[in-house]
Design a protein around this ligand. Structure first.
Ligand SMILES: O=C(O)COP(=O)(O)O
Ligand SMILES: [Mg+2]
Length: 226
């Protein structure tokens, strides 16, 4: 029996240059239980990934702010978008920039949070966010201004229920602090070797391999455990 999977994208299915590692495609496509793609990215990215991988669309986007399951055709949003925007406005007013250029595709389709480029200063962003009761996830790929009670773990609970599983039946793999909630909620969880300390602390185990090597190793161990 294979457990359902909850899988992060950046740093987990990718190589060290952020490209999808082609070796993950067949194992994901042939996994005999549901696969949920769980990411900090805006909804179109994981939806597109599922479509092009040939997977049923089951996604957690925006760090749990948006979830969509083709199974129940239900799109849900959680999170205070206006509060996230206010944080970013205050950050801008203080002279900083989101760092994505004029056509900001990173935030264009984002509904519940705002992301800032990691080449921008983090401390003033955290300051403004904290003062306004918001949180910043540093994924290593972006700084996400999010609502504190929303994360991939909360979203995984909801998704599991909608798929008729207990969240503890899930196996999850991730690489950064935005995955910690999901790694905690899943009954079996791995952080890949390149993961940050928060993900490693939340995961049941840490792989020897990094990036997609770590992901493939985690799948072997998940299969072996059954
Ligand atoms: O885009 C990011 O900041 C992180 O994305 P991820 O959750 O898929 O790793
Ligand atoms: Mg990641």
């Amino acid at each position: 029996m294979h457990p359902p999977l909850a899988v992060d994208i950046d740093g987990t299915l990718t190589d060290d240059a952020r490209a999808l590692d082609p070796r993950v495609v067949d194992p994901l496509r042939s996994w005999p239980a549901p696969v949920v793609v769980a990411t900090g990215k805006a909804l179109p990215y994981p939806v597109g990934l599922c479509e092009f991988l040939g997977l049923p669309v089951r996604v957690i986007a925006e760090n749990g702010g948006a979830t969509y399951l083709a199974d129940d055709d239900d799109l849900t949003f959680h999170g205070d978008r206006e509060a996230a925007r206010a944080v970013v406005e205050a950050y801008r007013d203080a002279g900083y920039d989101l760092g994505w250029g004029a056509v900001d595709l990173v935030n264009r389709w984002r509904e519940t949070e705002v992301a800032v480029n990691v080449d921008q200063p983090l401390d003033p962003l955290r300051d403004v966010a904290e003062r306004r009761g918001m949180r910043v996830f540093d994924t290593g790929y972006a700084y996400h201004v999010t609502t504190p009670d929303v994360d991939k773990g909360v979203a995984l609970r909801s998704v599991a229920e909608r798929l008729d599983y207990d969240p503890a039946q899930f196996a999850a793999v991730g690489d950064s602090e935005n995955d910690a909630g999901m790694l905690d909620v899943a009954g079996t969880s791995f952080a890949v070797a390149n993961a940050d300390e928060a993900a490693k602390a939340a995961a049941g185990d840490v792989t020897e391999g990094s990036f997609a090597d770590g992901f493939l190793e985690a799948l072997d161990r998940i299969r072996g455990a059954r």
